[in-house]
Write a protein of this length. Structure first.
Length: 291
């Protein structure tokens, strides 16, 4: 049970753990009912699940027969035995609740794994075991291209390729395509001996936005690789709120103070912790979800 995951539905967490032996994910039943009811209060969700489980058991529902218990990390950072259900169990549970919110969640749950983001995220999880980027190349543009190609190969025909078109997002215009090759050389040559220098390099690479799509997801992994190499640190992305991060990155085009503060308070020396890495992938992909 080594692979952990956090899925997000309308900014609500659904914790999951990978079962290597049976080759499937187990999902927190408590999180599912909380998401469906749009309820953040743990006690209310626990009481509702207790009532619903008793009702389903009385009706001899297959949902109950699918339940097992695994240790999952709670909001206090401790691990507790938690009722979990399989993917089929999630579908049965949503249908058992059978309200409009449950059906909307089920539609998202069934199809999210088939999206480009869903497939790319699966690839991102395997980066932990890969030796994708040589240590000497971590800070290079080609390392970022290798990461992008790994995440999006087979999903985008431009995976790993520097864009040749000018792009914008919202009111932000990124580096003009005709200036991009020289701009990337400048960014690559930037020093990275301190926290501030590394963040400066990250901010400039964000301004470059070298790919047509998938820049944020690739560049956050690249940033962590540089932190690990230079400072023996990485970012615990679960400590950075989505809105705070996005607002700080927009502001960084003129002033990087906010993104420096967010990253600094989230740094950890747990660079060999698989759970930190997996959470980082989940949060990184969550930042890109449209509201």
């Amino acid at each position: 049970m080594s692979k952990l995951s956090i899925r997000f539905y309308k900014d609500h967490k659904v914790r999951a753990v990978w079962d290597e032996e049976n080759n499937h994910w187990w999902f927190s039943a408590l999180d599912i009912v909380g998401v469906i009811n749009q309820q953040d209060d743990h006690e209310k969700n626990r009481n509702y699940w207790k009532y619903l489980k008793a009702k389903l058991k009385k009706g001899q529902s297959e949902v109950v027969s699918d339940i097992t218990q695994l240790k999952l990390t709670a909001s206090d950072g401790k691990k507790y035995n938690t009722d979990v259900i399989s993917q089929d169990g999630v579908e049965r549970l949503a249908k058992a609740i059978r309200n409009e919110q449950a059906m909307a969640f089920l539609d998202w749950f069934k199809y999210s794994e088939n999206t480009i983001d869903g497939q790319s995220r699966k690839k991102a999880y395997t980066l932990w075991e890969s030796k994708l980027v040589a240590d000497k190349d971590v800070d290079k543009v080609k390392a970022l291209q290798q990461i992008h190609a790994y995440l999006f190969g087979g999903l985008y025909d431009f995976a790993g390729k520097i864009r040749t078109q000018t792009i914008a997002k919202g009111n932000t215009l990124f580096c003009l395509a005709e200036h991009l090759p020289n701009y990337l050389k400048t960014v690559e040559a930037m020093p990275e001996t301190s926290f501030d220098e590394i963040v400066d390099k990250y901010v400039e690479m964000n301004a470059a936005h070298p790919f047509m799509e998938g820049n944020g997801r690739s560049t956050r992994i690249w940033l962590d690789m540089i932190f690990k190499k230079r400072l023996k640190k990485c970012v615990d992305w679960s400590k950075i709120d989505k809105k705070d991060y996005l607002d700080a990155m927009i502001a960084s085009q003129l002033d990087s103070t906010r993104i420096r503060k967010l990253l600094k308070q989230a740094l950890t020396d747990r660079i060999d912790d698989r759970e930190i890495f997996m959470k980082g992938i989940d949060y990184s992909y969550y930042y890109e979800q449209e509201e």
